[in-house]
Design a binder for this molecule. Structure first.
Ligand SMILES: [Ca+2]
Ligand SMILES: [Ca+2]
Length: 104
């Protein structure tokens, strides 16, 4: 009767391997990157014309080039009341009224 010990050797090798793997030190976790400070709101004096135009276009939901009172409420940059910005008092805030009143 010939006893085959190879399966036992394989099991022993697997046990040795797993034991070796468990003895490996855990990987060193790199330090977390420094947290960036939250973006500060831009002061009114530093708004650029491009930012104003972007805010205007985002608020102009029907893309007719004019802002109704409801659309003007969506403006991210609204330094004055709608009545102040609507210089000709037609109830519509045109691009020139918006950009001109802030650029001064
Ligand atoms: Ca519109
Ligand atoms: Ca107007």
């Amino acid at each position: 009767m010939n006893t085959d010990v190879r399966p036992l050797l394989v099991i022993a090798a697997l046990l040795a391997g797993s034991a070796a793997a468990q003895s490996v030190a855990p990987p060193v976790v790199p330090p977390a990157p420094a947290v960036q400070p939250a973006a500060q709101p831009i002061p009114a004096a530093r708004w650029t014309l491009a930012q104003l135009r972007q805010a205007y276009e985002l608020a102009d939901t029907d893309s007719d080039g004019r802002l109704s009172r409801a659309e003007a409420q969506r403006l991210a940059i609204m330094p004055r009341s709608f009545e102040d910005l609507d210089q000709n008092k037609d109830g519509v805030l045109e691009r020139a009224e918006y950009e001109g009143s802030i650029a001064k």
